[in-house]
Design a protein around this ligand. Structure first.
Ligand SMILES: NC(=O)c1ccc[n+]([C@@H]2O[C@H](COP(=O)([O-])OP(=O)(O)OC[C@H]3O[C@@H](n4cnc5c(N)ncnc54)[C@H](O)[C@@H]3O)[C@@H](O)[C@H]2O)c1
Length: 424
């Protein structure tokens, strides 16, 4: 109990020590939309955060398109002391509306990213607090929609937390504090990485509809996931944006496909991000999903006095600096919900919609640059009148709800124009 009383929630790099939320409000009820691996995890993390803060919380409603995933989630939640009655379980692409209307205070959004702007918009319209998984859009139109809904959320005093994790990780928060205190001096360059194994595929079975096929394989289609440069690598891109204190102005990228045989995504991206307002610093982003290749998942920044490597800080040439103590849950997945619940019960402003949408759009800049072979400015994707500002993929989230989709092609984009070297 004492630990819970002392536990603070981290808000934007500061620690706010707070008393237990018990007695400060009623039972906080959450609904989960998307009961897959991460959705189940987020629901359990929400319950764990309630225990940590000694605040009464429960998962009260579920939405899914797959009945089996609902049953698996109900079973898991019962083990964690939160029974969801069958009458509060909604199957179908419109299930999010029923969860929103079921009387919950908070909605946890954990479907594939293509649905996030629509679902988030609906939550804000209904004045619900939100936890939403990253990434939060797949195209520039979705990113702009999410930012606009985030602004509405601020006007309604709603609390919004994103699942980018590191901004709620006490080690990263301590590192950011040292960075802000000048520990490594001015930043002169850096690199962010997510290089690792390829993800899963589910080969098409006889009798599957197009919707079944693409839903089971969402992670292989850019229209659903945004490609791995955002679906996975957005975590590291988000640290880059957070630590630099602003979005990059320009992305110049290459990428390609060497191994994948299904879907329409690339295997690798190499993106040069330029921060024109910060001494024209360049940060390299490298992401790859190919089995049997070198793995690295981290963020590195080099300053004139030292270096940051994820949540470690060194002075040149290699003297480690002790991190300051930041209070909070030692599991960042739980701390995200600690921050959310604390903000809700105390009525503190906390809205991460814009920051997560911007980090996702930064990933999208890199992807578009690799796909097209052209430099892409942040304003090209963040503004409706930018060069790619009106880019919206099909099928849209609304198409799924109407039950009408046209399966995207499984061809990959190829930059440039066809040209043979000139014979001499
Ligand atoms: N923060 C992290 O570390 C982390 C880790 C894994 C995944 N994620 C993110 O979480 C999200 C979900 O990933 P996952 O690994 O759980 O995927 P998953 O495929 O395991 O689960 C997604 C679930 O959503 C359901 N679904 C799809 N569309 C829906 C809709 N419109 N309405 C209701 N349910 C719907 C699917 O049937 C599936 O059960 C993705 O955005 C992913 O990038 C984040």
């Amino acid at each position: 109990m004492r630990g819970a009383l002392a536990a603070g929630a981290a808000f934007g790099g500061l620690t706010i020590l707070g008393a237990s939320a018990r007695g400060q409000g009623k039972l906080l009820k959450a609904g989960l939309v998307g009961c897959g691996g991460r959705g189940r995890g987020a629901a359990v993390n929400f319950l764990e955060a309630g225990k940590f803060l000694n605040t009464e919380v429960k998962i009260a409603a579920l939405a899914e398109i797959d009945k089996a995933a609902i049953e698996q989630t109900r079973k898991r939640l019962t083990e964690d002391g939160s029974d969801v009655p069958e009458s509060a379980c909604f199957v179908g692409f419109d299930g999010y509306k029923k969860v929103i209307d079921s009387g919950v205070d908070v909605v946890l959004l954990a479907t594939p990213p293509v649905f996030r702007p629509l679902h988030f918009d609906a939550c804000v319209k209904a004045a619900k607090h939100v936890f939403m998984e990253k990434p939060v859009c797949v195209d520039p139109v979705g990113g702009q929609r999410l930012i606009a809904a985030g602004e509405e959320a601020t006007k309604k005093n709603l609390c919004v937390v994103a699942g980018t994790q590191r901004r709620h990780d006490t080690g990263y928060l301590a590192t950011k504090k040292l960075l802000d205190d000048g520990a490594i001096g001015a930043i002169w360059g850096g690199a962010v990485y997510w290089c690792g194994a390829s993800s899963w595929i589910k080969p098409r079975q006889p009798g599957w509809t197009d919707i079944e096929y693409i839903m089971k394989n969402w992670i292989n289609f850019v229209e659903m996931s945004g490609d791995h440069v955002i679906e996975q690598h957005v975590h590291n891109i988000d640290v880059m944006v957070w630590f630099m204190g602003e979005v990059p102005t320009l992305a110049v990228a290459v990428g390609g496909r060497a191994r994948r045989k299904t879907g329409n995504q690339y295997d690798f991206f190499s993106v040069d991000y330029q921060f024109a307002k910060k001494n024209n610093v360049h940060i390299h982003s490298l992401s790859r999903q190919v089995n049997g290749t070198w793995s690295r998942e981290t963020e590195e920044l080099i300053g004139d006095k030292g270096r940051i490597l994820a949540k470690s800080v060194f002075l040149h040439p290699r003297k480690r600096v002790d991190l300051p103590k930041i209070e909070g849950h030692d599991n960042a997945y739980v701390q995200e919900h600690v921050a959310l619940i604390n903000a809700i019960v105390k009525g503190k402003p906390l809205n991460e919609a814009q920051q997560v949408a911007e980090s996702t759009l930064v990933g999208i800049m890199g992807r578009i640059s690799a796909y097209t072979g052209q430099p892409v400015r942040f304003t090209d994707v963040s503004k409706p009148d930018g060069t790619f500002g009106k880019l919206a993929f099909s099928p849209t989230a609304e198409d799924f709800e109407k039950g009408q989709i046209k399966l995207p092609t499984e061809e990959i984009p190829t930059p440039g124009v066809p040209e043979e070297p000139k014979a001499e």
